[in-house]
Design a binder for this molecule. Structure first.
Ligand code: ADP
Ligand code: MG
Length: 307
């Protein structure tokens, strides 16, 4: 096996789509280095260019220029070998409804030219908890099972890296956490992971490193730890017992009062929620309910673009 430090190393990648007379710059001087064995998140809103990059890795989209290496292999020099290093789980759950999990994995292994005695179909099904469904038509599988089946399919050739495009977009919360667990498990077994997401929470839960993309450009790229300390604005809202005037001590926060709902934004690196609650207490502002909000990606963008 070749020795390499980065599972993905992309330099100055540009992708321009031409649609009729329109020029769409989907990736602009895009750079990324994904360390071997890490879980890396590509974060950004719809249209940021995430799938475009994943599809370049998978050979489905041709970059306009730039250099992309997968596990040390330049995709322009040996696209077949570089594709073999990765397994891609697409965003859409498109599975032939009349194939069973066993048939689907066997078919995929055949496409990769893996001889029958080297296939790991049963082991993969077991790892992804699909053994009971091994012979069921895909159309009878639940959304969570289909997602796992697509992950299983991407693993048949034992890739060194697994790439998941929006693995939990539109899936239920409970399924989301089970998908996260599988991703962590696969990573623990030594597989590098790259996933795209538009959920900040997902990146927070899973990723060691994060690149934030917006309109084709990287707006931040760092370890999760460093990025989270940047994203320190939190929101809390209090439902007040009665409408009342807001004292100056509270006005030092960015706030708004909408009838009896008081919304406050604070910097978690400077203030704690506890301090705010104490302050309201001192000011005799009574409330019946507290709701806290994690800052979302949009807040992050706004902050990053503003700075
Ligand atoms: P994301 O996955 O982050 O939502 P995409 O990579 O799908 O973003 O899209 C990035 C931009 O490229 C968007 O403006 C999108 O409309 C455009 N785009 C994506 N695929 C094509 C295509 N095949 N032809 C033309 N434009 C495309
Ligand atoms: Mg996408």
């Amino acid at each position: 096996m070749s020795d390499y430090k980065y599972s993905i190393d992309a330099e100055n990648v540009n992708k321009i789509y031409f649609k009729k007379s329109n020029k769409i710059e989907a990736l602009i001087n895009f750079n990324i280095k994904i360390k071997k064995n890490s879980i890396y998140g590509l974060l950004g809103p719809n249209g940021a260019g995430k799938s475009t990059f994943i599809n370049i890795l998978g050979g489905l989209v041709k970059k306009s220029n730039g250099i992309v290496k997968i596990c040390g292999i330049d995709i322009d020099q040996d696209s077949k070998k570089s594709k073999f290093k990765i397994g891609i789980v697409p965003q859409e759950l498109n599975i032939d409804p009349f194939f069973s999990p066993v048939e689907l994995l066997e078919l995929q292994a055949g496409l990769y030219g893996i001889p029958k005695n080297k296939r790991k179909t049963e082991e993969i099904l077991d790892n992804l908890k699909l053994t009971d469904q091994r012979n069921a038509y895909a159309r009878t599988l639940s959304g969570g099972m289909r997602r796992r089946l697509l992950i299983a399919k991407a693993l048949v050739h034992s890739p060194e890296m697994l790439i998941l495009d929006e693995p939990t977009a539109g899936v239920d919360i409970d399924i989301r956490s089970s998908v996260w667990n599988y991703i962590k498990k696969i990573n623990n077994s030594g597989t590098t992971i790259c996933l795209t997401t538009h959920y900040l929470e997902e990146a927070e839960q899973l990723c060691d490193y994060i690149t934030i993309l917006n309109e084709g450009r990287v707006i931040a790229s760092d370890s999760k730890k460093n990025l989270l300390s940047l994203i320190s604005i939190k929101k809390v809202s209090f439902i007040l017992k009665k409408e009342q005037l807001i004292p100056n001590s509270v006005k030092r926060f960015k706030y708004n009062l909408n009838e009896n709902i008081l919304n406050i934004e604070y910097d978690k690196n400077k203030t704690s929620l506890n301090e705010i609650i104490k302050l309201l207490d001192q000011e005799k502002i009574e409330f019946t309910e507290i709701n806290t909000y994690e800052s979302n990606l949009e807040d992050t963008f706004l902050k990053l673009i503003k700075d």
